[in-house]
Design a protein around this ligand. Structure first.
Ligand code: AMP
Ligand code: GLY
Length: 426
């Protein structure tokens, strides 16, 4: 079988790594991939958003399965286009991917179907927003979200009215996130522990992946602005069997069923971002793709064939597929460029990479890197993922943290508290 994997992050390297272990797979292409995927796949220089070029490549090359990593091509309708050409593709169609593409659609969907989530209002002008904020309906801190994809940066938690007014002005008047500022969500701030709950579904059956905990804030102690994720561990220390069943019954199953009833059959990865509140788990957001960096520790624990799961979703026979997971713990720490999640420099030479590749038990997944004339350079905000899987969380994290100082580039940083249990957000 020939597989085309779309994307270039740490998530895609981890997926390519696992797909390369599949007994069904003879060849993998990554578009565009990264220096890490180069070792196991042919990198093809096509942007994930260039759907016509991807279609042409998949048709010409006789690709048997296309796997879409990032959300943008999914919200642009890549699955609809591929299916129209009778090409097999893993992911939701455009109308189902709207669950991630429009935060307002997602909130209204949850409200319609009584899926637990925080209180919210939609506002369409700065004036309406400011009236709502000063009405006392929402207490501070309040959460303000631009509608649409803003590369994980369109969510702002405002501690007081002046900050909220400033945020509304930036989003709705100055258009910091472009069209995503046409309509804005004002949301109740939820307190608790955050858990990523991720399943693969064929539109009817859902196979849960092992639980993970992401670390979104840029600095230790959950300080600083949110990023795409600075590290993740699996299993999540906060999910037990009872909670797992509750989330499946009150959130995952109703989401998939109600979407189907609304004519938006959801196939692919359903990623539910949850807050474990005093009143039970509530949905913060939905994503329609694998998590990054959550996928990295998940793939380290997956013992069965990933392609069986992906094809089970595509061919709508997931009930016949069993996922087998290792009982070990796994972890991933992200190495980032100075300045991330703000502006950062690219093209800095990375030292020490060759030495750590051979350390037993350590797996390196590339993200924002570039290979040129025998050297590896930085090429993004999140640069590398250092991962391991050992019997206990302590052993896993010790192994990772012993390895990290062996890698270096100018201004590199990483969080030193990935996997440390956190107190609730205050
Ligand atoms: P989202 O992209 O909607 O998941 O938001 C990004 C991050 O902002 C989440 O992972 C949470 O850490 C935080 N967040 C979003 N919405 C809320 C909320 N209603 N209450 C508290 N924190 C939130
Ligand atoms: N790590 C967060 C995400 O993938 O959305």
């Amino acid at each position: 079988m020939k597989v085309l994997l779309i994307g270039s992050g740490g998530r895609e390297h981890a997926l390519a790594w696992k797909i390369s272990q599949s007994l069904h797979v003879k060849k993998i292409f990554c578009s565009p991939g990264n220096p890490g995927t180069m070792a196991i796949a042919d990198n093809v220089d096509i942007s994930p958003e260039d759907i016509p070029a991807l279609l042409e490549f998949a048709s010409k090359e006789g690709i048997d399965l296309t796997v879409v990593g990032p959300e943008v091509p999914l919200t642009l309708g890549i699955v609809d286009e591929f299916e129209r050409m009778k090409l097999k593709v893993f992911g939701p169609k455009k109308n189902a991917a709207e669950l991630e593409g429009s935060k307002i659609f997602a909130k209204q969907f949850m409200k319609r179907h009584k899926i637990p989530t925080g209180d919210f209002e939609v506002v369409e002008s700065p004036d309406q927003a400011n009236k709502m904020l000063s009405s006392g309906r929402f207490s501070f801190p309040v959460v303000i979200k631009a509608d649409g994809l803003a590369a994980g940066k369109g969510v702002i938690i405002c501690k007081n009215m002046p900050l909220a007014e400033k945020t509304i002005n930036e989003i709705m008047t100055e258009r910091k996130f472009g069209e995503a500022g046409n309509r804005v969500l004002i949301e109740e701030f939820l307190r608790g522990k955050e858990v990523s709950f991720i399943v693969i579904t064929d539109g009817a059956v859902a196979v849960p992946l092992v639980t993970t905990m992401d670390h979104k804030a840029v600095y230790d102690g959950d300080k600083g602005p949110n990023t795409g994720g600075m590290g993740a561990i699996s299993p999540s220390p906060y999910t037990d069997r009872r909670l797992f069943d509750e989330v499946m019954q009150t959130i995952v199953t109703p989401t998939i069923t109600r979407l189907l009833e609304e004519g938006r059959k959801f196939k692919g990865v359903l990623y539910v971002g949850l807050m474990l509140t005093d009143q039970g788990p509530k949905v913060l957001e939905y994503n329609c793709r694998f998590g990054d960096p959550e996928t990295q520790p998940q793939m380290l624990r997956l013992e069965s064939d990933l392609v069986d799961l992906l094809m089970g979703s595509v061919e709508e026979n997931l009930s016949r597929v069993k996922a087998k997971w290792s009982h070990k713990t796994s972890g991933c720490v992200v190495i980032a460029s100075d300045g991330y999640p703000g502006p950062y420099q690219k093209g800095l030479v990375i030292k020490g990479l060759k030495n750590v590749m051979d350390i037993p038990g350590i797996t390196i997944f590339h993200a924002g890197t570039k290979f040129q004339e025998g050297e590896t350079y930085t090429n993004g905000g999140r640069v590398l993922n250092v991962c391991a899987s050992e019997n206990t969380l302590t052993e896993t994290m010790t192994k990772i943290y012993e390895t990290l100082p062996l890698i270096s580039f100018e201004g590199m940083f990483y969080r030193s508290d990935i996997g440390v249990k956190k107190e609730e957000n205050k």
